[in-house]
Write a protein that binds this ligand. Structure first.
Ligand code: TGC
Ligand code: FAD
Length: 392
């Protein structure tokens, strides 16, 4: 892969709206991605390997639990800082951002919000440093967009719970130390359980042959009569709203993250357009290429404004789930379109690993599907504005 010459686009001077702390945090994440992610990520993706060597670096830049209080090992930052970190990481690779999203919003968040003090103290500090890595099991082979139909269940055996079922498409599963698993009790109510590697009957086979998110490990969580200690049940929230609450936080991070991927594609295409000569002049001098670049920077700027406002609302605890859905959907949509246009601008070079665009484009095909598909988020907006449920 070519040297990383990334320069972040900021067409509307949004830096002026950030605090000094925001900029310090963002710049530290940006420098880390340039130094530690860019040089290795293409090879990791080509080899379909999650680069475990980056785990300590992710912890150092505050990517594991950015908004979790310092007393539990988190960085204690605000929601805009969280978003900026996700933007920078996904500028490097969506798979690396996936690992951070799962660890922070899908594992640390439920333990912090729905767990008791013993659970917080036992798990959060080790998750914040990356000593333990987590995964989140909601999706099942027959229940993706409709998680309320899940069949994974547990029985109360007196001194422990007996867990049976299977989860599919689980990020980080092949190497996770702990898994936050959503399962139904005997009354059919959904609860969160913390399952630990080593518990008998718990296995995590890897899913191979992905063309997308190749630098992220994806797999299954299989439970065959797993004895889960009673103290591993998350006591403070149950029902589908519990996992969906975690998704709100992760989807918010993706809304920022996907813009990072778009910014990288735009920056790469802009530089290439000034260097590549055809018909005696840089291709950036042709109107058709300028149209592509002008539309890319317009969409990036609109999306940046949207997530910044969403971050302000999150900081004030006023962001609704529907607002988060709209931003996740919009950011991923513009990022995918920009990746496809940018790839064309590089001609044949665009399909190679010399440039990051094709990797971003393939990654974004997962991002547009996970954490709620593009259709599901559109239906969430539809329901919000009409009051009429079109899911069922
Ligand atoms: P519905 O009846 O609408 O709601 C059930 C209960 O949940 C509440 N609720 C929410 N709570 C918090 N946040 C949200 N976003 C919420 N949305 C709904 C709701 O108020 C209700 O509460 P209560 O107290 O009345 O019971 O549920 P439904 O069965 O009709 O489903 C609605 C739907 C389709 C929107 C939802 O199920 C959905 O979002 N489906 C998509 C599934 C999804 O996003 N899966 C993601 C799996 S995890 C993942 O992909 C990780 S990728 C990680 C990475 O690598 O980055
Ligand atoms: P389905 O729900 O079967 O949907 C198929 C198609 O039907 C989609 O186009 C969908 O939009 C459409 N559709 C479904 N319902 C409706 C409807 N009511 N109206 C209109 N159209 C509809 N899950 C986890 O729990 N944890 C993870 O860590 C995790 N990581 C993932 C990593 C990757 C790489 C991928 C690809 C997925 C991951 N997922 C994870 C799963 C992800 O959340 C699901 O794939 C997603 O929610 C969609 O579910 P599905 O694949 O079963 O598709």
């Amino acid at each position: 892969m070519k040297p990383d010459l990334y320069e972040a686009p900021d067409y509307y001077n949004l830096d002026d709206l950030l605090t000094e702390e925001h900029k310090l945090i963002r710049d530290a994440a940006r420098a880390w991605v340039k130094r530690d992610v860019s040089p290795i990520i293409e090879e990791a993706a080509q080899n379909a390997e999650f680069p475990k060597s980056i785990i300590p670096g992710l912890a150092e830049i505050g990517a594991f639990g950015p908004y979790i209080p310092v007393e539990y090992g988190g960085a204690g930052l605000d929601q805009i800082s969280y978003g900026l970190i996700m933007q920078e990481i996904e500028r490097g690779d969506s798979g690396v951002r996936s690992t951070a999203s799962v660890q922070s919003s899908l594992v640390m968040y439920p333990i912090w919000k729905y767990g008791n003090e013993e659970q917080r103290k036992k798990y959060l500090p080790k998750l914040a440093t990356g000593e333990w890595m987590g995964s989140f099991g909601l999706t099942e082979p027959d229940h993706g967009s409709n998680p309320s139909g899940m069949v994974t269940h547990y029985k109360d055996m007196g001194d422990h719970y007996l867990l049976n079922g299977a989860k599919l498409w689980i990020s980080n599963s092949p190497f996770c130390d702990v898994a936050v698993v959503w399962a139904k009790n005997e009354e059919g109510r959904i609860h969160g359980l913390i399952v630990e590697r080593g518990m008998e009957g718990f296995s995590t086979p890897e899913t191979h042959n992905k063309w997308s998110l190749r630098a992220s490990a994806t797999g299954e969580l299989i439970f065959q009569d797993v004895k889960v200690p009673k103290e591993n049940l998350l006591p403070n929230k149950s029902g589908l709203g519990a996992p969906l609450g975690c998704l709100d936080s992760a989807r918010y991070g993706i809304a920022w993250g996907a813009i990072g991927a778009a910014m990288d594609c735009y920056d790469t295409a802009l530089r290439y357009s000034k260097e590549r000569i055809q018909f005696g002049k840089p291709i950036g001098g042709f109107q058709l290429q300028q149209k592509k670049l002008a539309e890319m920077i317009t969409e990036i700027t609109k999306a940046q404004l949207m997530v910044l406002r969403l971050g302000q609302l999150k900081n004030e605890d006023r962001a609704t789930s529907a607002q988060i859905s709209m931003a996740k959907r919009n950011s991923v949509e513009i990022a995918l379109k920009i990746a496809r246009e940018a790839r064309q601008m590089l001609g044949g070079m665009g399909i190679t690993g010399e440039y990051p665009i094709m990797r971003h484009m393939m990654n974004l095909e997962s991002v547009v599907t996970y954490e709620g598909t593009h259709d599901i988020h559109l239906l969430i907006t539809g329901l919000d504005v009409t009051g009429i449920n079109a899911f069922k």
